[in-house]
Design a protein around this ligand. Structure first.
Ligand SMILES: *Cc1c(COP(=O)(O)O)cnc(C)c1O
Length: 798
């Protein structure tokens, strides 16, 4: 868009005056933010209208990305950058004497996600708009998102994340006219209608109103605005009288209150199922309605519509789609089925079996009686087909949807869709040869890989402006539009001046993080130390505990020998634990107590510092990641499907310290063995242990003095205030045989850390490695990942 600074200043002042009846000096940062958002909205609204009109007129095929999570973080800077007016607005603000940073920081993170899954979904929204493909998001408008993490006395405490604040979501638009009804519970009877078809009759069901709120997704300087549609729940007017009490109304509001309600109770499970169905049904209803407005035949809907199932949460989609096509629109089963399979596609995000959703059949039948019948029908036909094709009972039993009174949602998504993809090369291979191997035998053509990616604009231009400036100086600004130009940096790997400059940029970012640490914890840290960072959800397979074991070893070494020759280290953690995940919360407590012990011990001479930064989210990631020297990606090989923070760190010049897992392998392939530090068992070694059943952590503990000493410090008082948590960790490692092989990988990890120490001593070498990582990181742009989805799975046109 074209805009001058003067015009912007006029628009801004006028809006502030009209909307808030004040002038700039009286306005609070929040008022300034709200006003700026309104001005920006005026700028992009015409593009948004044009986009929708063009898509309708040209009858373009549209992909709909269904996801229970979206984790965009703050939108202000992204929107400005993508409109091409970020610098102009900053200059305008400077002229008005407004502190842009302060205004920016009043925006609450849009945190409708938990971690990588939601961040990926948000990245895809940005990249779909940027590449110009018609791809829209479909999710839930949670009132409180995940939770806000506070650390109190070392423990994680979960508070509601009131992200609407007093302003609400300044970017969304309520679309009342697109509201639909969603039906739950009750009884359903099939009756013959006048045309002689069986149609369902519902009794005593609950009818809810689903109201969409659309959030614009602005492409990078291309005038494209796509849509992220988030559904909220309301009580339909005609049923108001059914909800006479506050409690009965609140039960409805709960459907969109929080992400991942506690599912340890039956009610909690039911609530999650309702959430998943609610957003899926509402989304599919409007998709079909919009398609039919084009006057095209319903059985050919797959020519204009793709529905993508991101992880299993929206996997009820094929069954609901069948219900709509057959019951509501009268299609024959067979043509509805063909249309469904061609419309649906599915991304698997994990090989951990506990994350492949299964629903108790009784619960499912109670909440979604008609969808349940349809799933049974799909399952029956599937089993009959396999029988006719001569498959043995093993394959049938492994792949069918309904078994042992449970509904296997991944199986439904695979059978009723045309594409199944993993999210990194290794992950897709594991799906084919292990987790989903029977499906791979049945449908080899459905399987494909789409390695995850990141929005480079957010992690460089927004999160790391100094780095971006340094890149401009060396290769010009073309990379800001075409990230593959970063490769040009490889020409300067031996240019001392360039290396020094990038080194300095990293030091500056470390300085900013050091100030934040000082503000939030009171401790000083030196930017001469190695900033060693592990930020991600807390999970046993990600092995934050292995990092802790190493820190304990360093601590014990320093207590034995205060003059130990080592580059000072600052270990930085950020992680939320699922509220019901006891082990993960114990690890958080231990990190905090260990940090307290270490940070207050003057005998360590500042060689060791540990920080757990609370409430890890996208905005905090934007501060932390550009400041990292070392990127900890230390999951047990085979367990991390892809990872995306590994890519963000790489792009901002950290050296990856990693196992051969997920996308770490592809990072290594890009940068070469000399520019990454790899350790530990690979996937084959891990699987060999599973095969031979020959891992005994207690033997390692008994025979290895270092391991023994480190592990004992959880239970012998070395770390204070962790009696029960320390015991829990000890038991996990020794009594329960160390499920994620920490002790086996321990020495290899320690050696890798020693290698990091040695490498960092050679400043030029380190800077060269770092620049190499930045130069090669363009491989992981989500713009390319989404183009592959669009072309290979959804068959979209730009
Ligand atoms: C990128 C990102 C993640 C994903 O991190 P992984 O290390 O890949 O698991 C999680 N949370 C936030 C806030 C992120 O930005």
């Amino acid at each position: 868009m074209t805009l001058t600074k003067d015009q912007f200043i006029r628009d801004f002042k006028d809006t502030l005056h009209e909307e808030q009846l004040i002038k700039v000096p009286q306005a609070t940062p929040a008022e300034l933010f709200a006003t700026l958002a309104k001005v920006i909205r005026k700028y992009y609204t015409p593009m948004w209208l044009d986009r929708n009109r063009n898509l309708t007129e040209n009858k373009e095929k549209i992909a709909y990305y269904f996801s229970i999570e979206f984790l965009p973080g703050r939108m202000l800077e992204t929107n400005l950058l993508n409109l091409g007016i970020l610098d102009l607005v900053k200059e305008g603000f400077a002229e008005l004497d407004i502190d842009f940073e302060e205004v920016k920081n009043t925006e609450h993170d849009m945190a409708l996600g938990n971690g990588g899954l939601g961040r990926l979904a948000a990245a895809f929204m940005d990249s779909l708009a940027t590449t110009g493909y018609p791809g829209f998001g479909n999710g839930l408008r949670y009132r409180y998102g995940l939770f806000k993490q506070k650390i109190i006395d070392g423990y994680q405490v979960e508070l509601p994340d009131d992200w609407f604040g007093t302003l609400g979501n300044v970017w969304e638009i309520r679309k009342d006219h697109d509201a639909v009804e969603v039906r739950l519970f009750g009884d359903v009877y099939l009756e013959m209608n006048e045309e002689g078809n069986l149609t369902p009759n519902y009794h005593n069901s609950q009818v809810l109103r689903a109201v969409p709120y659309d959030v614009p997704q602005i492409g990078f300087q291309n005038d494209v605005v796509n849509n992220l549609r988030l559904w909220d729940v309301e009580i339909p007017e005609e049923y108001e009288a059914d909800y006479p009490t506050v409690a009965s109304r609140r039960a409805i509001e709960d459907i969109t209150a929080i992400l991942y309600p506690d599912d340890s109770t039956l009610e909690g499970k039911q609530l999650r199922l309702i959430q998943e169905y609610f957003m899926t049904s509402a989304g599919l209803q409007t998709i079909i309605q919009n398609y039919l407005k084009q006057g095209l035949p319903l059985e050919a809907i797959y020519e204009k519509v793709s529905v993508h199932i991101n992880d299993t949460h929206p996997a009820v989609a094929p069954a609901e789609f069948m219900r709509l096509l057959v019951d509501e629109y009268g299609l024959e089963w067979d043509s509805a089925w063909t249309a469904t399979v061609k419309t649906m596609s599915y991304t698997n995000h994990t090989i951990l079996s506990e994350a492949l959703e299964k629903w108790d059949a009784e619960l499912f039948k109670k909440v979604l009686p008609r969808v349940y019948q349809i799933i049974l029908e799909i399952d029956n036909r599937f089993v009959a087909d396999l029988g006719r094709a001569g498959y043995d009972a093993d394959v049938v039993n492994y792949t069918r949807i309904v078994k042992d009174d449970q509904i296997h949602m991944a199986n439904l998504a695979i059978i009723a869709g045309h594409s199944v993809n993993g999210v990194a090369k290794l992950h897709t291979e594991l799906l084919k040869e292990d987790t989903l191997r029977s499906f791979y035998r049945l449908y080899p053509e459905k399987f494909n890989n789409k390695t995850n990616g990141i929005v480079q604009r957010r992690w460089t231009q927004i999160a790391a402006p100094e780095l971006s400036g340094a890149i401009d100086q060396v290769i010009g600004t073309g990379w800001r539009k075409d990230i593959h130009e970063l490769e040009g940096l490889t020409t300067y790997l031996d240019d001392k001046e360039v290396l020094d400059n990038f080194y300095q940029v990293k030091q500056d970012a470390k300085g900013r993080l050091a100030s934040y640490i000082k503000e939030t914890t009171g401790f000083d840290v030196s930017t001469d130390a190695i900033f060693d960072v592990q930020v991600k959800r807390l999970h046993a397979y990600k092995r934050q505990l292995l990092n802790v074991l190493h820190i304990i070893k360093l601590y014990l070494d320093l207590k034995d020998n205060p003059d130990k020759d080592m580059i000072p280290r600052v270990f930085i953690f950020g992680a939320k634990a699922a509220p019901g995940y006891h082990f993960a919360k114990s690890v958080i407590k231990i990190i905090n107590e260990l940090a307290k012990l270490i940070n207050n011990d003057d005998s360590l001479q500042g060689k060791l510092k540990v920080f757990f930064l609370e409430n890890y989210n996208v905005s905090l990631a934007e501060l932390i990641i550009p400041a990292a020297d070392v990127s900890e990606q230390i999951s047990l090989a085979s367990k991390e499907a892809s990872g995306t923070s590994n890519m963000k760190f790489m792009m901002t010049g950290a050296i990856t310290l990693a196992t051969l897992d997920g996308a770490n392998i592809e990072i290594k392939d890009e940068v070469g063995d000399d520019n990454i530090v790899i350790f530990g068992m690979d996937k084959d070694a891990v699987y060999a242990h599973y095969q031979a059943n020959d891992y005994h952590s207690r033997d390692l503990y008994e025979s290895d003095a270092t391991i023994h000493r480190v592990v004992d410090s959880f239970v012998n008082g070395t770390i204070p205030n962790i009696q029960s948590e320390g015991m829990e960790i000890y038991e996990a490692l020794i009594q329960h045989n160390d499920e994620y092989f920490l002790l086996e990988d321990f020495h290899s990890y320690v050696q890798a850390q020693e290698k990091v120490d040695a490498l960092y001593r050679d400043k030029d070498k380190w800077a060269r490695m770092s620049l190499n990582n930045i130069a090669k990181s363009h491989k992981f742009t989500s713009d390319d990942t989404i183009s592959q989805y669009a072309e290979e799975i959804w068959e979209l046109k730009k």
